[in-house]
Design a protein around this ligand. Structure first.
Ligand code: ADP
Length: 540
């Protein structure tokens, strides 16, 4: 046997100790709409200890689940640190879910305690009596708690619990492979599925997010996670910030363009992450009203394909968007689209509009029919498979073997890998349009349409067609006051994509329906089409 390095576990406790100790002078700033609340990481560390003591006092033991129903703010960060570090499992509940889904998820995870923001009581109260395993509800901040009464749960005030708890906690030794946190995927078909992060996976993912090929976070940064902390851990930014000693700027519930612009001006974050729809809103706001976003050095964007037009718009105001790809199952950051060394303008753009290159530690491949591994030639199209230490190996209490393949996760995304390792997604497997045996990429059509100056949003879905089995239906949202016709849009696309891919079905809609995490909800569009609710114009 060799004598090698110490077998020191990779845990969230260790991230917490470092972030609130060595980097105790960094701060978490929470936006209140007209000002800020500020707390140093050292204070956050003490409050996390108090929270852990308080939860223990409520009987939280072993790997019991403590759920959060919270915005991005300092208290949510405290739960992020305290719950896993005490050995329990943090379950971030998505507050945009339909009530029945929320009930399913909380019961499936067997949540014991729910920490709820006072402003969200009206969303939690109607389902509280159906949350079978929940014993305690802890309310953060102000809010009328009367609607929570009568559901048979014990109610507590977060601040009172913390004030009564000791400022120190005897953090247990934790096996790095044990469960730290869980998050359910929105479930495009069937019930949502629980993804469980281990201490080790969270630690390694945070390190990867801090590296230069990802977000290059260091102690000089101020990180603004706009993406919710209930959505794949805000892309791992909170833990990464603690690890890097970077401060956090939290938007709380103020996620619209105007308050975000004011927050950025006031708190000067250097990094801010959000889905493309948020950045598109913010860009429009800045173009109309002006705002100083110059503090931002890097804007990671993902969750759905980032339109080139959006990146160009931000380039013009001196802000760099970098596309990233991942999913709840991949912790989520898996690829980031930085251009290769020495790239000229064209090559740099080709890289920026791709989903990027896989981060060190992960492996990716493209698999075709019959599970054959396809060449990385930038041409062969197949399903993306991925493996590595922060990729889920199974779902919580749900084996779902169809999603795994010889130790790789089948992502359900379809695309190509270039010889240089860049991933280009053409679709999600279920959104690919199969027209007469050929595949049409809905994402490509949408990107071209959204580059049209009068189009705000565009979603393309496959609809049944007698002759070709399936053809694209383009649903577009036109900028207020603009007058564009389906013919003009078809003409616009004609120079950009092969003729046989041009949609003949067009629908002008008020807005594209969105999922609970703000992505285009194509399921709803397909259903509206099937139910005859969409007014469809046809041009052949
Ligand atoms: P959901 O399936 O509920 O949307 P996730 O939030 O985990 O769950 O989303 C993961 C999916 O989002 C990916 O499988 C992919 O289809 C899509 N996605 C994420 N980032 C990108 C990106 N940069 N470009 C295109 N699609 C993306």
């Amino acid at each position: 046997m060799w004598s090698t390095m110490q077998d020191f576990p990779l845990t969230i406790t260790s991230i917490m100790r470092y972030g609130t100790g060595v980097s105790g002078g960094a701060e978490v700033v929470t936006w209140t709409g007209d000002g800020t609340r500020r707390r140093s990481y050292a204070e956050v560390g003490e409050r996390a200890a108090r929270l852990a003591g308080a939860l223990r006092g409520l009987g939280v033991d072993g790997d019991q689940r403590v759920a959060t129903f919270m915005w991005n703010n300092a208290e949510h960060l405290e739960a992020y640190l305290a719950v896993p570090s005490m050995g329990a499992v943090l379950h971030t509940l998505n507050l945009r879910l339909f009530p029945d889904q929320l009930v399913y998820i909380a019961n499936h995870a067997e949540d014991r305690v729910v920490i709820v923001d006072g402003s969200l009581i009206p969303l939690l109260a109607p389902v509280l009596d159906r949350l079978e395993t929940v014993r305690h509800v802890v309310v953060v901040g102000a809010g009328d708690t009367a609607p929570l009464e009568g559901a048979g749960k014990e109610l507590h005030s977060y601040e009172e619990l913390l004030a009564a708890a000791p400022p120190e906690f005897d953090w247990p030794e934790i096996d790095e492979r044990s469960a730290a946190a869980m998050c359910y995927t929105s479930g495009t078909t069937g019930n949502p599925k629980g993804v469980v992060y281990s201490h080790r996976s969270a630690y390694l993912h945070s390190m990867a997010v801090c590296t230069g090929n990802a977000l290059a976070i260091d102690a000089a940064d101020r990180v603004l996670p706009v993406v919710p902390m209930f959505h794949a851990n805000a892309w791992g930014m909170p833990y990464a910030a603690l690890m890097a000693g970077a401060s956090l700027v939290m938007p709380d519930r103020f996620l619209q363009a105007e308050p975000l612009a004011r927050l950025i001006e006031a708190e000067r974050p250097t990094i801010a992450g959000a889905v493309p729809t948020i950045w598109a809103d913010l860009l429009r706001y800045v173009q109309e009203h002006g705002a100083d976003l110059s503090s931002l050095r890097l804007v990671p964007c993902g969750g759905s394909a980032v339109p080139a037009a959006l990146m160009r718009g931000f380039d013009e105001i001196g802000v760099r968007i970098v596309q990233a790809w991942g999913m709840t199952e991949t912790s989520p950051v898996a690829t980031v689209a930085h251009p290769p060394a020495g790239a000229g303008d064209d090559a740099a753009w080709a890289a920026r509009v791709s989903q990027g290159r896989v981060l060190a530690g992960l492996e990716m491949r493209i698999v075709g029919d019959g599970d054959t591994v396809l060449p990385e030639d930038g041409e062969a199209v197949g399903e993306v498979e991925i493996r590595g230490p922060w990729i889920t190996g199974a779902y919580h209490l749900d084996e779902d073997p169809a999603r795994f393949h010889d130790g790789w996760l089948r992502t359900g995304d379809v695309g190509t890998l270039s010889p240089g390792g860049y991933l280009v997604l053409t679709d999600r497997a279920k959104d690919v349009i199969k027209s007469g045996g050929e595949w049409i990429s809905s994402v490509e059509l949408e990107n071209h349409l959204m580059a049209h100056p009068d189009i705000l949003e565009a979603a393309v879905v496959g609809v049944p067609d007698d002759r070709w089995q399936e053809r694209p239906l383009a649903s577009v949202v036109v900028r207020e006051g603009a007058a564009v016709t389906a013919e003009a849009l078809r003409e616009f696309l004609a120079g950009r994509i092969p003729k046989w891919q041009l949609p003949e079905r067009w629908s002008f809609i008020e807005s594209v329906p969105k999922t609970s995490v703000g992505k285009f909800d194509k399921k709803v569009l397909r259903r509206r089409f099937a139910d005859g609710e969409l007014v469809v114009e046809r041009i052949d």
